[in-house]
Ligand binder design. Structure first.
Ligand code: PEP
Ligand code: MN
Length: 264
């Protein structure tokens, strides 16, 4: 199901009637690592309304390395996302970490994200196969492409064909960058599978000053879109502050991507 039956086979994944992954236009998703407050998410929606950004991101359930770190606002965070969606008419993407959370996340969000740490949570993947919402499946921290495609296959084979793959960097030996952005994987996944492929340069780089060039390279490599972390006050971000762009930087980056997207 995930693999291409012929070289032209493409699965279009619709977030709304007009926002479609895998079609002519790149899809830009922007927003903070975590939903922190309604005021924060409104500032994000306002700031990003100046750019062609088609969806907002923000974690309500956060997979943190330490249990002592902020774990997300949970249900309250989902309600904030839904309120911003209502006020600004923009679809929202957020992570689901367990089967128990699926019902709530699917009630409030337009697209359900499976984070890297859950890429091989097979019970979660199977359950998402029964959900009638698109899924953003992020590559595991050290997943091979075979494992990544297999994970997508779990969702597809259980009935949900609306899956978008996301390359977000893989573990390697150098910790200057948080992870290593694997653009070769983007090209290979586009050749091997019929699924749209987007790139998350934020978690790949871990440093804001690397995001714009990596985003441009990803679009040049044929990515169908990007998911990028940005925040009204990046340095005050409760999580992943070092990689957050300001809203102004995000707007200018998105504008600079359009000529590249049109050229390929
Ligand atoms: C995220 O996008 O919020 C996130 C936690 O990313 P990843 O699962 O890729 O680490
Ligand atoms: Mn993050």
């Amino acid at each position: 199901l995930a693999l291409k039956s012929n070289p032209e086979a493409i699965t279009l994944v619709s977030l709304t009637d007009t926002v479609v992954f895998g079609g002519q236009d790149i899809v830009m998703i922007g927003g903070p690592c975590a939903v922190e407050s309604l005021a924060q998410m409104e500032a994000v929606a306002n700031g990003l309304s100046l750019a062609p950004v088609q969806a907002l991101r923000g974690g309500a359930f956060k997979p943190r390395t330490s249990p002592h770190s902020f774990q997300g606002l949970g249900l309250e965070g989902l309600k904030i996302l839904a309120e911003v969606k209502r006020r600004y008419g923009i679809p929202v993407v957020t992570e689901v970490m367990s089967t128990e959370q699926i019902e709530a996340v699917a009630t409030y969000a337009d697209m359900l994200q499976v984070g890297s740490r859950n890429m091989q949570n097979f019970e979660l993947l199977k359950a998402l196969g029964h959900v009638n919402k698109p899924i953003l499946l992020k590559r595991g921290l050290a997943a091979t492409l075979e494992e990544f495609i297999g994970a997508a296959e779990y969702i597809l084979s259980h009935g949900n064909t609306q899956v978008v793959l996301c390359e977000r960097g893989i573990r390697s030996f150098d910790n200057y960058t948080r992870n290593v952005l694997d653009l070769g994987a983007v090209v290979a996944l586009k050749q091997l599978t019929c699924l749209p492929v987007i790139v998350d340069p934020s978690h790949a780089a871990g440093r804001r000053e690397l995001i714009a060039p990596l985003a441009k390279a990803a679009i040049a490599a044929g990515a169908d879109g990007l998911i990028i972390e940005c925040h009204p006050q990046p340095e005050k971000s409760v999580s992943d502050a070092a990689q957050a762009l300001s809203l102004e930087e995000m707007v200018s980056l998105v504008h600079s991507l359009q000529p590249i997207a049109q050229a390929i």
